[in-house]
Structure formats: structure tokens, C-alpha cells
Design a protein around this ligand. Structure first.
Ligand SMILES: [Zn+2]
Length: 94
């Protein structure tokens, strides 16, 4: 289906210019592991780094209760899309 953006349509949300420094590969992977043993749907706000417990795995641009930005994403989506800071310390176990 062809979707036309016009003055009546909201702008498509975009990613924050800088992903919060707390959103690391290690943190996202840990959230994914924790998810296996709980009923949580973990997510993170890419703008402020706040943890969200009610994000579906593929959640995109949910409103963050901490900062008000629509930058809360599901952990699985963040991992798949690569929206995190890669670990640069080779001694850090993931
Ligand atoms: Zn936030």
C-alpha cells in the first residue's frame, strides 16, 4: 500500500542523533537473556537510556516515560537493527 505523507500526517519518527551511552551490546544482550526467564518485555529508550518493561520485542518508537521522547524500543529490535554501542573492550564478556 502506498502511504503518502502530507501536512495532516505526522512526520515519520526518526532515531535520536546520538544513542545514549548506556545502550551497549552487553546491556542489550543481558536484557535478552533475562527475558528468557521472566514475563518481562524489556526495552530501552535510545535517547535517555531508561529501561522499559513493557515493550514488545519489535516495539519501535514507544513514548518514554522518563524523557518524553518517542525513542523506546524493544530489546530484540535494538539488537537486530544494531542500534547500540558495540563493545570495544575485548575482556568484557557478553
Ligand atoms: Zn527516554
Amino acid at each position: 500500500m502506498y502511504i503518502k505523507y502530507g501536512p495532516d500526517c505526522a512526520e515519520p519518527p526518526v532515531l535520536p542523533p546520538v544513542i545514549h551511552s548506556s545502550v551497549t551490546e552487553q546491556r542489550v544482550v543481558q536484557l535478552m537473556k533475562d527475558e528468557l526467564y521472566s514475563l518481562d518485555n524489556p526495552g530501552i529508550c535510545l535517547a535517555c537510556g531508561a529501561y522499559h518493561s513493557e515493550c514488545e520485542p519489535d516495539a519501535e518508537h514507544y513514548e518514554c516515560e522518563e524523557c518524553g521522547e518517542r525513542q523506546a524500543f524493544g530489546a530484540a529490535f535494538i539488537l537486530c537493527a544494531g542500534h547500540y554501542h558495540k563493545c570495544t573492550d575485548p575482556d568484557t564478556e557478553v
